[in-house]
Design a protein around this ligand. Structure first.
Ligand code: ZN
Ligand code: ZN
Length: 168
């Protein structure tokens, strides 16, 4: 088995296997070797650290050059994927949306709202917005799991975490 490596990108053509954005030529990239395809899949350093922190640290140890502040990269990697997964909470971008659970408006703009998939019919799932306090009504998770997942998936500060726990 060939291990993962870090190297400067040889061209500007590779796309990150994590965030799908371009990796600039010369930028350090993390390569995860795929035995099946006998080739590397490339990632930005942060995206690679998010994929597999242990492999990433091993690749850093093998790399002859300077990758910068590894602890900072690992710390940043913890936030990769947050703000896109569901269920989560986020500030409402407008005051126009109605709650998928109770039908009332979610307002004012900027208030935390829930984003989650819910089953509208058998095997028919829809993504919707709700009041934070209405999330449990639509979610198929029990309260503790729902809170755990929201805290895991959301980019929120300590005060907002308290708010989520209090309202659900
Ligand atoms: Zn990336
Ligand atoms: Zn509601």
């Amino acid at each position: 088995m060939t291990t993962s490596i870090i190297e400067p990108a040889k061209s500007g053509r590779s796309k990150c296997g994590g965030c799908r954005k371009k990796i600039e030529k010369g930028e350090l990239r993390f390569g995860e070797y795929n035995d099946r395809y006998e080739s590397y899949r490339w990632y930005h350093l942060v995206c690679g650290a998010a994929l597999d922190a242990k492999d990433f640290v091993e690749a850093v140890e093998e790399f002859e050059g300077d990758v910068g502040d590894v602890d900072a990269i690992l710390e940043e990697a913890k936030n990769v994927g947050k703000g896109t997964k569901t269920p989560r909470v986020e500030p409402a971008p407008s005051a126009r949306a109605s709650c998928a659970a109770c039908g009332e408006k979610i307002e004012p703009k900027g208030v935390l709202r829930g984003v989650l998939y819910y089953e509208v019919d058998v095997d028919n799932w829809r993504k919707g917005n709700t009041h934070v306090g209405c999330m449990a009504e639509l979610s198929d998770l029990d309260r503790d799991d729902l809170i755990d997942q929201i805290l895991e998936n959301s980019l929120i500060d300590d005060e907002q975490r308290e708010e989520v726990i209090a309202e659900i």
